[in-house]
Design a protein around this ligand. Sequence first.
Ligand code: PEP
Length: 249
Amino acid sequence: AGSGKFFVGGNWKCNGTKDSIKQLVSDLNSATLEPDVDVVVGPPFVYIDQVKNSLTDRIEIAAQNSWTGKGGAFTGEISAEQLKDIGCKWVILGHSERRHVLKEDDQFIGKKAAYALGQGLGVIACIGELLEEREAGKTFDVCFQQLKAYADAVPSWDNIVIAYEPVWAIGTGKVASPEQAQEVHVAVRDWLAKNVSAEVASKTRIIYGGSVNAGNSAELAKKEDIDGFLVGGASLKGSDFATIINSVT
Ligand code: PEP
């Protein structure tokens, strides 16, 4: 972990029912969490209100997507204004499942990020390479291209947390080694220093995501440029998520 405040996000994806979420919230409410960690959970849209009304204020809420602009005639979409209205502080954008399953491209994601920031939401901006891109030696190129799309679109980096999530590690149980993650986090920081500013490079938190669990988070958290985690599967179990939050050293 670096000098910034550790940040742990739980991405619940398209999981849960009213009952299972009630249980998860209750487990999170009774967990003991390190005070010096920002903690955020991302429920499916339809359960945000339930979570907002039952979860401790200690934990902030993220949406898993938002529209590129003001609401209106956009069937099925949710606007940043609506997320603010319902009490969200954050939105996860550029997640690999949206890039690769829903085919969202860099410019579209950049537009969403800019709009969400403009409405006062914090953005968890995801980047990450596919396995074939890593094997072809293109990890940095892919991450830098995705970063550039954010940089070209956003007015400021004040409310952005970058999530480096190698696609081959997401939901696969194949976590990146601490060295593999650290190497990319350093490269991302260098890219920010060269292409945005030294200040943004040093203060922007870069979190790792991809098969983080209660058993591997402490080793990852020791790395200097790993400023937290974005957690999928393991965030659905309150005790595991708490262990990950508390793994900051
Ligand atoms: C994610 O979806 O952001 C993620 C990291 O998933 P998992 O922890 O399940 O690999």
